[in-house]
Design a protein around this ligand. Structure first.
Ligand code: ADP
Ligand code: NA
Length: 340
């Protein structure tokens, strides 16, 4: 059996939003009491689409600051950026040779991100999921907290682990790895906000890449812009139902109730027990208030941290050193079984 360990990451691409916070970062924080955790700023993933170098560096600090401001402890746990630990790229190459074209061809995120002009997408964007498998498996991580959009990539991670363990099974057994080198990693996808939708379109997920800034609440938005974005969020003309069943077929209402529940630490049942029968004109200000009360302290702390780059550099450097130490024996075993 593998020692329980958590790994997850966020790309340093543009401004973080409420979906990243509720679907990922807030849950990273929650796992710290139970597991040793490794949280990565995945800058190698970011360059699968063009990034201005100066903005990439800024965004790397920004995600690091968001991790710390949200409550991740970089001393008890590990915070670092991916490009500083060479195991990620090295293991990803080996996994490119384990994964099958057919597996990667099925990935819906590639289809969405490449869009119609697939011939012009980077090769890196196509093999994004093999790098993600390497991120996780270089640490033999057993649990990965993510949003729902990453479920398919976690399935691929297990397929790669299984095929590697099988293909090199004899060599692994000779070296005493009877169970294989890599665990069958479990995604942790939980709670009322595993898929936060756009405020402008109940059929699209809230995303950094949406050209409309009004579609998302950024972690750096001030109280006024949060209130304004919530006020303008698309809704329907009905009152809120008194039970979650009544949200069926009402994606925008369902999304706002889910966001409220996640922010307030309640279930949708509890939110509707209190707000059922209310019109959006009354519910939206309550939602904006709870969003501001959760995000304002994080926002303040992020600003403070971003004024001390020396501290952030020190966190990332120490994190990368400790991360590399964990990968060293795994990489050594990988090289021996592959025949390097
Ligand atoms: P993005 O999808 O915004 O570019 P990333 O790919 O860096 O962000 O994802 C970072 C984490 O945030 C992942 O665990 C992802 O599942 C989660 N996430 C991203 N968007 C959402 C969303 N709208 N709702 C819930 N979780 C999300
Ligand atoms: Na994503």
């Amino acid at each position: 059996t593998f020692t329980p360990r958590v790994f997850s990451g966020v790309q340093p691409t543009g401004s973080l939003h409420l979906g990243n916070y509720l679907g990922a970062i807030r849950r990273f924080v929650a796992m710290q009491d139970e597991f040793p955790c490794i949280y990565c700023v995945v800058d190698l993933h970011a360059i699968t689409v063009w990034q201005d170098p100066k903005e990439l560096i800024e965004a790397t600090y920004h995600v690091t600051a968001a991790y710390l401001a949200a409550g991740i402890d970089p001393v008890k746990h590990i915070v670092f950026n991916q490009s500083r630990v060479s195991a990620h790229a090295e293991l990803a190459w080996v996994f490119n040779c384990v994964a099958r074209m057919g597996w990667l061809n099925r990935m819906t995120q590639f289809k969405e991100k490449a869009g119609k002009d697939r011939e012009n997408a980077s090769a890196g964007l196509f093999v994004y999921p093999t790098l993600m498998a390497a991120d996780i498996l270089a640490y033999q991580a057993t649990h990965v907290p993510v949003g729902e959009d990453q479920k398919q990539h976690l399935e691929l991670t297990r397929d790669i682990a299984q095929k590697f363990n099988h293909d090199y099974g004899d060599r692994l057994a000779e070296l005493g790895y009877e169970e294989g080198l890599f665990p069958m990693t479990e995604p942790i996808i939980q709670g009322p906000a595993t898929r936060v939708m756009s405020l402008r379109d109940g059929a699209k997920k809230m995303s950094k890449s949406d050209p409309s800034d009004a579609s998302r609440i950024n972690l750096t938005d001030d109280a006024d812009s949060i209130a304004q974005k919530v006020r303008k969020a698309k809704t329907d003309p009905e009152a809120l139902p008194s039970e979650p069943k009544g949200l069926e077929g009402r994606p925008e209402a369902d999304n706002l109730v889910g966001i409220y529940a996640a922010l307030a630490g309640q279930t949708k049942e509890e939110v509707l027990a209190e707000h059922g029968g209310a019109m959006f004109s009354a519910f939206k200000p309550a939602l904006a208030d709870v969003a501001v009360s959760v995000l304002a302290p994080i926002n303040d702390e992020m600003r403070r941290l971003l004024d001390d780059r020396g501290h952030l550099d020190q966190v990332l450097t120490s994190g990368a050193e400790r991360a590399a130490e964990i990968t060293a024996p795994v990489m050594q075993a990988m090289r021996r079984v592959v025949g390097f």
